[in-house]
Design a protein around this ligand. Structure first.
Ligand SMILES: [Zn+2]
Length: 424
């Protein structure tokens, strides 16, 4: 065997790379961001369509205007980090986890939804120099030009509307512009996709109440979000909705077969009707982490021992993290990284076409992977898209232009009389 003359140089390069690998982990994405990537991002409107950060607004002592660290308190979005990462805003979520579907449960959900809605509005009012409520497509660019971050409001899980669906018009008046029907279990509106393997449906997709909600959302120009709902709901929503729909935080089933992800045929159907899919960064939906029901149960117990995941003090969080690292080792759990995220994103761009893709990383809702831990890492996506050969126009669309187009289209198809009546 004859060695190539450059073998020596090659070996040196390998040795250097190995040395480098001890400080930079494989799969964690670009290590430097080019001037071109920075310039593209600065010009684009950067919107994430699924920010679960409002769940933190009631955490004692937590302020969006302060800089936090993911390492210390587990949070992924705040104003200083949005500035650093170049995020111009997005859809801030009124999320309610699914509970009992009886009269008492429905009332509790109604109140929880209204409370979260007012927390979002209060955050904007208390930080009027940094944030502004956004309700139309043009607001995104206007608010960015004014040097502020846009706050569109969305609802994840329509459970708060089970008691009284007509509350939707009140939410609309308060700024709601996007809604998903179900979360990780079925509710009165729709069947859920579940958490891994799709469960048997309850309504055969949408219930009559769910179908009525679709018609009402269309009338008001509220974007319909299919994320978390079943495949049958996807098919029915796409057929029934007069306006294009969104998947505010979803991944590719053909990359990883998880019931929360959507298959290529449906991605193509979504795009053919003008819809947009926003790619999620929740590790358990990106790769097979090897998590078993026993592992999940043990993890749940770790958090339960501290009184729940959201209520941890920094010290408790550190203790919980150490316990979970131990559990991960015991169960041989794999963690997803930036490359895994990009695999889904690039696949979806390929299948849908770049005009139908965006970002919905599920920050503060379980999203984030190694090398993409919080919003400060957003420029890495821009660099990775450039490295993959996408140009300024395409990247601008993916960062937020496509979402703005969708808002415009959905609102243009609304019934002006219904909008007028709701705003009165
Ligand atoms: Zn979600």
């Amino acid at each position: 065997m004859k060695f190539h003359p450059t073998f020596k140089t090659g070996a040196m390069a390998t040795a250097l790379l190995l040395a480098f690998a001890t400080t930079v982990q494989a799969g964690t994405g670009p290590t430097t961001i080019s001037e071109r990537a920075r310039a593209i991002q600065a010009k684009a409107i950067n919107l994430d369509t699924h920010l679960d950060t409002p769940a933190l607004f009631s955490r004692p002592g937590w302020k969006i205007s302060d800089r936090h660290s993911f390492e210390q308190d587990g949070s992924q979005i705040d104003y200083p980090r949005m500035v650093e990462g170049g995020l111009d805003g997005g859809f801030w979520v009124v999320f309610t986890s699914q509970g009992e579907r009886d009269a008492q449960g429905d009332l509790k959900a109604r109140d929880a939804g209204l409370k979260r809605l007012s927390e979002i509005r209060e955050m904007v009012a208390a930080n009027a120099d940094k944030f502004e409520l956004a309700t139309t497509a043009d607001d995104a660019a206007r608010i960015k030009a004014a040097g502020k971050k846009s706050v569109y409001i969305s609802m994840e899980n329509a459970y708060p509307l089970e008691h009284d669906p007509s509350l939707l018009s009140f939410y609309y008046k308060q700024g709601l512009r996007m809604i998903s029907l179900a979360h990780i279990s079925h509710n009165d509106f729709a069947d859920s996709a579940g958490m891994g393997v799709a469960p048997e449906g309850e309504h055969g997709g949408l219930s009559d109440k769910g179908k009525a909600m679709i018609a009402e959302a269309n009338r008001l120009g509220i974007i319909l979000d299919q994320s978390h709902a079943s495949n049958t709901v996807f098919d029915q929503m796409l057929a029934l909705s007069k306006a294009p729909i969104i998947l505010s935080h979803s991944g590719a089933y053909d990359v990883f077969a998880h019931s929360r992800n959507i298959d290529d045929a449906r991605i193509r159907a979504l795009a053919s009707k003008g819809g947009v899919i926003q790619v999620n960064s929740l590790g358990g939906y990106l790769i097979d982490t090897g998590a078993t029901p026993e592992y999940r149960e043990e993890m749940r117990k770790v958090y339960a021992a501290f009184g729940g995941q959201r209520r941890l003090s920094d010290a408790e969080r550190a203790q919980a993290k150490a316990k979970i690292a131990e559990l991960d080792r015991k169960h041989g759990i794999r963690t997803a990284d930036f490359d895994d995220y990009m695999r889904h994103l690039l696949h979806i761009i390929e299948v849908a076409g770049w005009e139908h893709v965006g970002l919905g990383a599920d920050w503060d809702g379980g999203g984030g992977v190694e090398g993409y831990e919080d919003i400060t890492a957003l420029p890495k996506v821009v660099q990775a898209l450039l490295d993959a050969g996408y140009d300024e126009r395409q990247i601008g669309g993916i960062l937020g232009g496509n979402t703005v187009r969708l808002i415009r289209e959905v609102q243009a198809l609304a019934d002006p009389e219904a909008v007028k009546a709701a705003l009165e």
